[in-house]
Ligand binder design. Structure first.
Ligand code: ZN
Length: 83
């Protein structure tokens, strides 16, 4: 059973969906290069362009450090800049 929280959620649903859909996969012939599973775009330090913009939007909405921590584990995004 799936239940959706009705309390205020600072993360827009569209952003969540983007982050869910756009995930990296390792290409077989790419010698370890990553590509986006959804849009097949080259995966950079912050993912494909669409995920990057979703993360950017997310970052602009979030000011709380504790929430950042939650999101960091949730989406695996490093806030410390390009790694
Ligand atoms: Zn993508």
């Amino acid at each position: 059973m799936v239940s959706f929280s009705v309390r205020h959620d600072p993360v827009p649903a569209s952003v969540k969906i983007d982050l869910e859909l756009h995930r990296p996969y390792r290409t077989w012939f790419g010698l370890g290069r990553l590509r986006c599973e959804w849009c097949n775009h080259k995966w950079g330090a912050h993912g494909c362009p669409q995920r990057r913009s979703a993360v950017k939007l997310l970052a602009s909405k979030i000011n709380s450090d504790s929430l950042r921590d939650v999101l960091t584990t949730l989406i695996g995004f490093s806030w410390g800049g390009a790694a």
